[in-house]
Design a protein around this ligand. Structure first.
Ligand code: ADP
Ligand code: MG
Length: 201
């Protein structure tokens, strides 16, 4: 059994706490706190499908299975870190700060459209895409990558979009445009990011 230090928590959402692995800085462990069993099952099932499809894991953290810990069962994922070793921050962090958006403007701009292209190329279906579930990995001041850490998969009763490119594309684009609209609405003062979104249309 793996012993996690409570002080190693690097992030927390509504359902899970995310800790750095005590022996491997490239791994993180997610412990369910208010577990949504349906959501966990959907995510694990969808990850299995993506593994079977042998997608490229460029903008999704790799999943290494579950393990027992002193805090309960944990799901082991690749830890997203910046070039300086610090844990990557959420897109929400950048959106909230015009200074941060401007500092990383060109990296964010190319990463934003690279993520859209990636989702379409690899046919990765998401639930609602939220800025707090997307990390911006800084490679340097002018380059970076956006990585979706939560809420992937398809909750349709009959998930036919997982197997049809036309329906998949349609669904991915719909989620993407909702993501853009939600950013424009939630961060009306971030003119820099608005420019990024507008430059893609
Ligand atoms: N692979 C990862 N690498 C680095 N930080 C992460 C990773 N996964 C999650 N986090 C951080 O932990 C937070 C909570 O994780 P998340 O999976 O979104 O939990 P929840 O399902 O409760 O929303 C995220 O918002 C992010 O800040
Ligand atoms: Mg989350």
């Amino acid at each position: 059994m793996l012993t996690i230090n409570a002080t190693d928590m690097i992030g927390k959402g509504l359902h899970r706490e995310c800790y750095s692995h005590p022996q491997d800085q490239n791994l993180c462990i997610k412990i369910a706190v208010n577990e949504n069993v349906k959501e966990t099952r959907r995510e694990q099932k969808y990850y299995r499908l993506l593994k079977k499809r042998q997608i490229c894991w460029d903008m999704l953290p790799k999943y290494y299975g579950n393990m027992d810990t002193n805090l309960g069962s944990g799901a082991v994922f690749e830890m997203i870190r910046n070039h300086d070793g610090s844990v990557s921050k959420t897109l929400e962090f950048y959106l909230k700060s015009i200074q941060q958006t401007e500092r990383c403007y060109s990296g964010l701009a190319s990463a934003f459209f690279a993520l859209k292209k990636y989702l379409l190329n690899e046919q990765i279906i998401t639930m609602t895409i939220k800025p707090k579930n997307v990390l911006y990995q800084e490679i340097n001041d002018d380059a970076g990558k956006l990585i979706i850490v939560d809420n992937i998969g398809n909750s349709d009763y009959i998930p036919i979009a997982n197997y049809s490119k036309t329906l998949g594309d349609r669904k991915i684009k719909r989620k993407w445009y909702r993501f853009e609209d939600a950013i424009l609405k939630a961060y009306p003062d971030n003119a820099a990011f608005r420019n990024i979104i507008k430059s893609g249309t």
